[in-house]
Design a protein around this ligand. Sequence first.
Ligand code: FES
Length: 145
Amino acid sequence: MSQIEEGQELGDEAGYLIYNEMLIDHFTHPRNVGEIENPDAMAVVGDPACGDYVRVYINVKNGKISDFKFLTQGCPGAISTSSIATELAIGKTLEEALMLTDNDVIHAAGGIPARKAHCSLLAIRGLHEAITTYQSSLPPSPQRG
Ligand code: FES
């Protein structure tokens, strides 16, 4: 009989993962799934040809994320954390949204199995790329002086 080592995930030994209720809720009822027609910006993170990826769409109004939708090909961790990321980002200024990290998503989720922590990066990386694309599409601001 093997022993569970300190720091080992519960369920790891049996080869399954334990998701908390919030993650299960966001996996089974993901928020803000889908596409935005004519978005202000979009991004694709990951590789659609061979692995997990997320496609994100954003709209920006008055300097804030007014809408943020996603489509993903990934595991329950990717789906649930992408859903949580949309809720965290909508309503934030672009600067605030750029400061969001995968740790913020994991914290808002109430934790995620360690082996799935990387999945929480997908939507946040996509969001940051979409914001950068949006900002680079804006005309240069007039010089003050
Ligand atoms: Fe690849 Fe979660 S998205 S393991």
